[in-house]
Design a binder for this molecule. Structure first.
Ligand SMILES: Nc1ncnc2c1ncn2[C@@H]1O[C@H](COP(=O)(O)OP(=O)(O)OP(=O)(O)O)[C@@H](O)[C@H]1O
Ligand SMILES: [Mg+2]
Length: 273
């Protein structure tokens, strides 16, 4: 073998070695990418909150159950209370004993209170006709209902030039449930004198487009929202996670800011349709 042949052989060998090393690095990189994709898939399957189909199914089951319960309450307990009130009125009309009459009046007034509370529960479970009523009116009615039931004034403000009827019925449904849950939380936990629902158009400088920002806030007791909203915080309370899931389906940003000093603000930002 001549010196020239040896040089050719060495350069061919080094070419093959470089090619081999390149192949090994490529295979290793492909392996790493595959592993990352696999781990991400397993994680998102483990965390069903990120799975769109799971969220849609959970919310659909929840809505169907609410519809069924409100129908059952209307057809059974509500009808029974009506019948009881009629009977009680008849007995009262024929009663001559004044002591008994006073007791009967107490029973009737308690029964009427039950009827009012039951109506409020049924109203809360069902959803108004979103396709035919302007959405601003629907939200305004919700605030008025809230005040009638809780005696907590609910201020409603929406930018006058903002139309909320560009949302689909399904989107309106999710938005309404989020506002409803935030108001229910105010009533149940905040011990506040007043609550507000404010809807504004804001600009998103990053995307050079407009957003709708929906805020529901109170200046009540507040709570540790960072702890409550932390990912993986398993809790038996479903209101917050329900709002988060609906916001995800709407493709919006959802946040809750709360502290004992400032009260609570629930915020939902949606792309303007
Ligand atoms: N506006 C608020 N003011 C004060 N605390 C609040 C407010 N909203 C939520 N919280 C706190 O956050 C917790 C979680 O709220 P979440 O709506 O998830 O559950 P919940 O209202 O207790 O039960 P539910 O499952 O019936 O909604 C509440 O238990 C309460 O401690
Ligand atoms: Mg709640």
């Amino acid at each position: 073998m001549t010196e020239l042949d040896l040089q050719d052989l060495t350069s061919a060998l080094s070419l093959y070695t470089s090619f081999f090393i390149f192949l090994v690095v490529l295979t290793f990189a492909a392996f790493i990418i595959l592993m990352v994709i696999l781990i991400h898939n397993i994680k998102s399957r483990k965390n069903p909150k990120n799975n769109r189909q799971f969220i849609e199914e959970t919310i659909a089951v929840q809505e169907e159950e609410r519809r069924r319960i409100s129908q059952e309450l209307h057809d059974t307990v509500s009808q029974n209370i009506k019948a009881l009130l009629l009977t009680q009125k008849e007995v009262k009309d024929h009663c001559r004993d004044t002591n008994l009459l006073t007791e009967l009046e107490k029973i009737i007034s308690l029964e009427k209170k039950n009827q009012k509370e039951l109506r409020a529960i049924i109203q809360n479970l069902s959803v108004p006709a979103l396709a035919s009523i302007p959405f601003k009116t629907v939200i305004n009615d919700l605030c008025e209902q809230f005040y009638a039931q809780s005696k907590i004034p609910c201020k409603f403000f929406v930018d006058p030039d903002l139309s909320l009827d560009t949302f689909t019925t399904e989107q309106k449904h999710h938005i309404l449930r989020i506002i409803q849950e935030a108001l229910n939380n105010t009533r149940a936990h905040a011990k506040t004198e007043e609550t507000s629902v404010v809807i504004r158009k804001i600009s998103d400088p990053q995307k050079n487009s407009n957003l709708i920002r929906i805020m529901i806030f109170d200046d009540g007791l507040g709570f540790d929202s960072e702890k409550q909203m932390a990912p993986g915080n398993a809790t038996s309370h479903f209101g917050m996670s329900g709002m988060e899931m609906r916001a995800k389906l709407l493709g919006g940003n959802f946040s809750v800011n709360s502290s004992p000093d400032t009260g609570t603000e629930v915020q939902l930002e949606l792309p303007l349709q």
